[in-house]
Design a protein around this ligand. Sequence first.
Ligand code: AMP
Length: 224
Amino acid sequence: MNILAFGPNGSGKGTQGAIIKDKYGLAHIESGAIFREHIKGGTELGKKAKEYIERGDLVPDDITIPMVLETLGKYKDQGWLLDGFPRSLAQAEALDKALQESGMKLDYVIEIVLPREVAKERIMGRRLCANDNNHPNHIAFEAIKPVEKDGKLVCRVCGGELSTRADDQDEEAINKRHDIYYDDKTGTMAAVNYFKNKGDVKVISVDGSKNIKEVSESILKELP
Ligand code: AMP
């Protein structure tokens, strides 16, 4: 099964993606995480992508599209859940074309709907676990608050060290990312609408303002 996950930064898309990929044994492919790995590893691609990511701009398509398509091909037999791509109408069209050419089929599109102001508030409070990016930790939500250990906040799931993402604490970068997401002319919402209008893939739209369990239940009940 191949799935696309859409939702603004801060909508809980990564958390829901982790739940779904575990249930169906899918590869979880996150374009942003692939970039961060490259940056950490000091690769050429990472060096090129870094400046865009720090500003909250999109990394150019000639870097991003081949990187993502190559990764999808690796998991052709396993099936994948793709998160963070496509982020624009042009990327949606490129993905659609590449899937047809490679004989891969898109089975579901998941859209987590969340108002822009709510998404922003959520981003600023989230904390990243050093052991697993998908361990949910957020200083403003009681259910997923980090825990205190030796006077320090640590991951509520595994006790791992917590950090913030630089682009999560930068309001200008957040606003830029949301400008791109909510743009229904050429941005990410245009990509969502592209798949909605195509009509040959089931689009599951859920209300992202609910808690993690409620959101995952409303997604899972639409999946086989
Ligand atoms: P994310 O972890 O999805 O928030 O992605 C972090 C950053 O990586 C984004 O702000 C972009 O700079 C870059 N990025 C991730 N996915 C894409 C994409 N599909 N196209 C261009 N840039 C991307």
